[in-house]
Design a protein around this ligand. Structure first.
Ligand code: GLC
Length: 801
């Protein structure tokens, strides 16, 4: 055997000393003696991009993740040098780059404190297996540093001590610690000494992250190809890190239609038509609110996408229309595999146009999925995406389907090792031709993007609604998502809770789980507890596999039905509150679900809390995730909180026991909050909103709240037709003042607010609304102090004794 010993012993390679540098506006290039180039681009005062080449030249600069709408610009930028370092200073950061080996350390410009420091820094290994480099980065983990993010990893919220792989994978019945699963979001947040920063490693190859697992104080990440290319994002507030990351990779292009925030019912599979009708009727009969009904793969003819099984669904247009009359929007599944069948027009067309993925030396990529043997469109080709988006015309425009659910887009392939395409498959990658090694992690994202483009076109003037299973960073611009094929166990309820929080802090807030579990069957108690959690997830859908019994709200007896109804009704009441949180997310990138660490990072107790989370800005929730519980211990973050059920005020900052029988769960509202509520409706738009209820939670001190509204669909809001109410509450011992500031041109359909004041510590003697006195006989004192006022007030002033 001949061994090439020189190759064998090469191992890790490192940059050597810097021999030259140059500046080009906001970008610096540092070149070393051994031809490594470090490119540093200052995108914002708090966002710096680092990119390395080992061969002097860089690849074409192309990313599916970074949005063209990302904010850019800085207040200050300067490069200085001393004997040992180049020093880049912005208004927020100081970055020192070693002249001997390119190692970097980054400091807060305000107090000079160290935020993040390279250990070995950039290094690489030549890959004789694939060609190119395995690119690596290692950093020193700081004292008591905690780590968060990384998308859908089903592990403890704090990632410290663990190692992860990023490779989008179909993971039927995954469990705690299964890795990797459906999504690749190579973004994490580090938090130490009350300062948070983020790292987004924008590399689509198979990548790895190690948070002090292999070596105690070292955090590292690497990828099996491509460039070492990452963004450093500074806070110091973790919410700002997440918002900046979301700004960089994109906020949802539009708000969802309000109905999409209602309750959705799904099962594999509801067919034939009579069965689906029985389900929708039952919802109305039992008065359980529901806005969306799903058709899984069985609606198709032999699982051929964009066809109908005419035996089971003889007149889909009529069916969809009938559902619409009852307030149901129909959502249909579409998978990427296209059945090989010369009599099937979608297949023939794609074949003729050469739109299917091919293996390296020519043959088509053939794989088995639900329809049997399939070919797969190359969604990384813009022309293919355009074609794919056009295929939705009939489904959306003619039949009236309102949303599309993209599944199996990892892409999943059955009966092969690795459950996906082989590495040699070729992709267009928007003109940057490459193999599946590079395109795998973004394949599903590009499918969802093409679907989104179709829905956007054919749903117009209404808003599109898409769901995807696979995702890479940036997918949140186009679609909502769910956490895939989970299992009906208590542990999975816990996992769903963590995954939804984790995805939210990874820029993807429009998220939910298969409520009740996809595989196996929950009992009524588990289902009810899961509905309670799901009520707080922006995407709120029950889904399950067909072979495990019924999973509708009425499948577990009337006691459970009543509990489920009660919680779905609360969700419908809170729709204006959730919509406001969604608007903040779409506008500013603020996550809708906030793990406690995001809410109060200065309190170390929050750094390890998994279960409790903040929904929107003001509501604290904590699911019950074990059987037979009459309550649970939970951590209430600092501040005063009202128990949602009885308005008792609790002091936060500690762990407490909270009672919660099966018909209840721990929910708290932040003191000072103003929570908007709609009446219970069976579906969005069932009722005209005649009055907006505002639940006001008295606090001694100040608090601001917002209520955002618009037409709940369509694009007028983008032209200023929205209504934004900013409320400022000032509570004193014997008075309460609420000021209202209004923006936007949308006229809400109601004229009045019903104000319900909770926890008022004094007896009202006077209510002054913009200097007019309210007749106190109009105040109902039944626990709350309730009264009705005109919606356009500027200042409400309540005094008492
Ligand atoms: C996959 C999906 C699941 C769906 C099923 C059939 O397992 O994750 O949600 O019901 O395929 O389409």
């Amino acid at each position: 055997m001949i061994l090439n010993t020189e190759l064998e012993h090469k191992g890790n390679l490192f940059p050597s000393k810097v021999v030259s540098y140059r500046k080009d506006v906001d970008t610096f290039y540092f070149t070393t003696d051994n031809y490594v180039v470090l490119q540093v681009t200052v995108r914002r005062d708090s966002v710096i991009r680092f990119r390395y080449s080992t061969k002097t030249i860089f690849d074409n600069d192309f990313s599916y993740a970074i949005t063209k709408y990302a904010s850019e610009g800085y207040n200050h930028l300067e490069l200085t040098e001393d004997e040992t370092h180049y020093i880049i200073t912005t208004a927020k950061l100081i970055c020192k780059i070693s002249k001997t080996d390119l190692r970097k350390s980054i400091y807060d410009a305000k107090d000079d404190k160290l935020i993040c420091e390279d250990e070995l820094g950039f290094h690489w290994e030549e890959s004789y297996e694939f060609g190119g480099d395995i690119v690596k980065m290692s950093k020193v983990s700081q004292d008591s540093e905690a780590f968060y993010g990384l998308g859908d990893k089903p592990v403890h919220i704090n990632l410290k001590g663990k190692r992860f792989e990023n490779w989008v994978t179909d993971s039927y019945a995954y469990g705690r610690d299964t890795d990797p699963i459906y999504k690749t979001i190579p973004f994490y947040v580090g938090l130490h000494h009350e300062k948070a920063y983020g790292i987004f490693f924008d590399n689509t190859f198979r990548s790895y992250f190690d948070f002090c697992s292999e070596r105690r104080n070292i955090t590292s990440f690497w990828a099996e190809g491509g460039e070492m290319n990452y963004y450093f994002i500074y806070g110091p507030a973790m919410t700002d890190v997440v918002a900046s990351y979301t700004d960089l990779t994109g906020k949802p292009h539009e708000l969802p239609p309000l109905w999409a925030l209602g309750y959705h019912q799904c099962k594999w599979s509801y067919y034939p038509e009579s069965n689906v009708r029985a389900i929708t009727s039952k919802f109305r009969e039992l008065e359980i609110p529901c806005d969306a009904i799903y058709l899984d793969i069985d609606y198709m003819d032999g699982f051929r996408c964009f066809t109908w099984n005419k035996e089971h669904f003889p007149d889909p247009k009529k069916m969809v229309k009938d559902f619409e009359k009852e307030g149901f929007k129909t959502i249909a599944i579409i998978d990427p595999g296209i059945k090989i069948d010369m009599n099937y027009s979608v297949f023939r067309e794609a074949l003729e146009k050469d739109y299917f993925c091919k293996r390296a030396d020519g043959p088509y990529m053939k794989g088995k999925v639900w329809p049997g043997e399939c070919f797969f469109p190359d969604f990384t080709d813009p022309e293919v995406r355009d074609w794919w988006s056009g295929l939705y015309k009939e489904l959306i425009e003619e039949i009236g389907v309102k949303g599309v659910w993209n599944d199996m887009n990892e892409p999943a392939v059955m009966e092969v090792p690795g459950k996906t395409f082989p590495n040699d498959v070729r992709h267009n990658y928007d003109g940057n031709r490459c193999s599946h090694r590079k395109a795998h992690n973004i394949y599903g994202m590009q499918m969802a993007r093409a679907t989104y483009q179709g829905l956007k076109k054919f749903s117009y003037p209404k808003r599109p609604f898409v769901i995807t299973r696979a995702a890479y960073s940036g997918t949140q611009r186009y679609t909502s998502t769910w956490t895939g094929d989970n299992v009906a166990t208590w542990d999975h309820l816990n996992i769903a809770n963590i995954q939804a929080q984790r995805l939210s802090m990874s820029g993807f807030s429009f998220v939910g789980s298969d409520i009740g579990g996809f595989a196996e069957q929950p009992n009524g108690e588990l289902y009810a507890r899961w509905i309670q959690l799901g009520m707080f997830h922006p995407f709120f859908r029950t889904h399950s596999s067909g072979d495990h019994g019924d999973q509708e709200p009425w499948a577990f007896g009337s006691n459970i039905t009543d509990i489920v109804r009660k919680f779905i009704e609360i969700r419908y009441q809170l729709l204006p509150y959730l919509y406001t949180a969604f608007w903040r997310y779409a506008e500013e990138g603020i996550p809708i679900l906030k793990s406690l660490v995001l809410f109060d990072q200065e309190d170390q107790h929050t750094h390890y809390r998994n279960d409790e989370f903040i929904f929107g800005e003001k509501i604290l929730a904590c699911p019950i995730a074990e059987p037979n519980a009459k309550g649970r211990r939970m951590f209430i973050p600092r501040g005063d909180w009202y128990n949602f059920w009885d308005n008792e005020v609790w002091k936060g900052g500690e762990e407490v026991w909270v009672d919660a029988d099966l018909d209840s769960m721990p929910i708290f509202v932040k003191a000072g909050a103003i929570i908007p509520k709609y009446p219970v409706q069976q579906y969005v738009g069932e009722k005209e909103i005649k009055e907006l209820e505002l639940d006001v939670y008295y606090k001694e001190g100040k608090e601001t709240s917002q209520v955002y509204e618009d037409a709940h669909d369509g694009y007028d809001y983008k032209k200023g037709r929205f209504s934004l109410r900013d409320f400022k509450l000032i509570g004193k011992k014997k008075s309460l003042t609420i000021q209202q500031f209004k923006a936007g041109k949308y006229i809400t359909p109601y004229e009045t607010f019903k104000i319900n004041i909770k926890g008022l510590p004094f007896k009202i003697t006077k209510i002054d609304i913009d200097h007019d006195l309210l007749d106190l006989k109009k105040v109902k004192v039944n626990g709350d102090n309730s009264f009705v006022i005109e919606k356009e007030f500027n200042r409400l002033h309540i005094t008492g004794k």
